[in-house]
Every structure is written in C-alpha cells, then in structure tokens.
Write a protein that binds this ligand. Sequence first.
Ligand code: AN7
Length: 351
Amino acid sequence: MIWRGVLHEYRAYLPFADNVQIVTLNEGNTPLIAAPRLAQALAPGAGMKLYLKYEGLNPTGSFKDRGMTAAITQAVHEGARAVICASTGNTAASAAAYAARASLRCLVLVPEGKIALGKLAACLAYGAEVISIAGSFDDGLAMVREIVQRQPIALVNSINPWRLEGQKTGAFEICDQLGGRAPDWHCLPVGNAGNITAYWMGYKQYNRGLPRLLGGQAAGAAPIVYGRVIEQPETIATAIRIGNPARWQQALDALDESDGQITAVSDADILAAWRQLAHLEGVFVEPASAAGVAALRQQIAAAQLDPQDKTIVCVLTGHGLKDPDAAIAQAAPPHLLPAQTAALEAYLLRK
Ligand code: AN7
C-alpha cells in the first residue's frame, strides 16, 4: 500500500466527517530506529531494547505535521480562510506548509530572537506572515487565544482538539512498528504538553497495551515539574522554552494514569544526550528533541527506572537541521587546510 499520510492510514480511528477533504503532505510513517549503541551507553548489559522514533523525517522536519494535517483539514472543512498560531517555531513551520497547500492565509507569532534559523527560514519560504513579538511563546499564545474570539481566524495551536487527533497517530505507528504492542516506556520532550497528551490518547485508543510515560522538561522551563508557571523560561532548547503549557492538566493526568514521571533536565544534559544521538547512532536532532533521551539517561542513572530487558521508545521530535546555530556552537570549527594533497596527508598522519 502506498502511504498517503496519517489521516488516510488511520481514518477509522479519527472522528472526521465522511465528506472531509484531507489536506496532507504524506506525513507520518517515520522510522523507528533501533539504538543498540546508545542503549549500551545508557545501561550497559541491561538488555534494554531502545528505539528512536525519528519524527524529524516528517515533511516539515518535525512531529507537528501529524497534528497539523488534521487541524488544517478540519479548518478547511469548517470554511476557514485564515489560520493563526503562536509558536516556538515548529508549529509555525508546519502550519505555514499545510496552510499553503490549502490556500489559507497563515499568521504565525514567534518570540523575537528565540526561534531557530531553520524554522524561521521555512515559515518565510512557505509564505506565512511571520510576526515576531517582543515576548515569549506564552505571551504569543495568550494573544492568539484572544484574537480568535474577536476575528474569524482559526487557531491551530494544540489547544485545537484536532491537533491531538492527528498527533495521536504517532502512538498507533509505534505499536504497529513494534509488531502490535506498546513499549514498556515512552520517553519524550515536553513543552506545551500537546504531544504527551496526544500520545496517551493514542495508546489508550489503540488498545495494544500501555507504556509508562517519561517526560523531560528543560530545567529552565519546567513548569510541570516544579508545579508553577515559569515567567521567564530559558533554555538552549528553544522549541520547549515554554513556561505555562496549555495542556498542563492533561499531561498530569497522562502521567498519573500511566504511572509515569516528568523530570527536569539541564541544558548540559540535553546537549550530552543530543551529542550521543549523533555520535553513537548517526541521528541528528534539534536540542529539544534530545530531552526525552536526557530524561531516560537521568532516570536510569538515578536508579529510578529499571531498564532491564525493557522495550523503550524515545520520540525525537525535530530534525537537527532546524537549529544549525546550536549544532555549530557545540562543535569545534572545521580544520582549515590548503587545497593540497600533501597538507591533507600531513593532517591525516598528525599525532
Ligand atoms: C522539537 O512549535 O510548542 O509538549 O510552538 O518543537 O507538544 O509542546 C514546539 C514544541 C518538543 C514540545 N520538541 O512538544 C511550537 C512548540 C520539539 C518541539 C516540543 C516542541 P509539546
């Protein structure tokens, strides 16, 4: 069967009207990559079966496309002419792409100076109207929530229930890829908490067993961990630089029901996990995407999670090329050589 995107694939599990016209970029069907070297580094000899759900391979480079195909499909079905969202970048890029495909006007509000280069480039390329605000994602979300009360424009942040409907297909795919069963643990980064909420919905609906959930929040932006709004969230993982998540309560419910955990991971730990993903497994992600792996690493090291013979999936939410500045800042610069083979040979043989 040819893959035609998550809404066609899982139509029977989604509450769309029969006559809906699906707006898709053939998102989903992302690989579940075995990660034996990373597993060995995190838990030597434990027989942990670790898998990476590489959501950076979606059409706009992040997991957001699963929910956006659903939100834009429904917006068109309801007659919308324009859509709006606040975003740390990935939601904006995804909204911009699907809105272009549906000929909708698209406005995206992003925090000035705090959006990774690849995301900004994509929003502009897709022809969205990019509004840079001198404030945080949370400020932007408050603004868009208010404007949609006054103006005929559809909100496509994950407050929109259709976003979760599309997003939950990630859980279906993981179960299918594991041969029809859920993993023991499901690890992921948490920002606005739409993804953790949607995955839990998906696992419950699909009925292939339930994982325990492990969420990682950046320590400088960990409102759910600390139980209070963070007025000025700060982290290198700009995607999850969020101080007041819209799906806060649903995330707590999902953690409670799954007997899961949410933990704060430092930027240094996020970057250590980010580096291991690239160096040990050849998987390049944006920093936020490594927060789930960092949480797993931390919980295993603290003996809070027993990895023995467990099947564990870490969702890697966004591609590394989203944030080239972060990648370059973490590495030594390239080696400069004259364009001469002798110089190359000397370099190769240097002690
Ligand atoms: C790479 O794009 O909130 O907990 O506005 O881009 O569902 O918010 C992005 C979030 C994790 C957190 N990883 O997911 C936005 C936005 C990446 C992300 C998250 C985001 P949620």
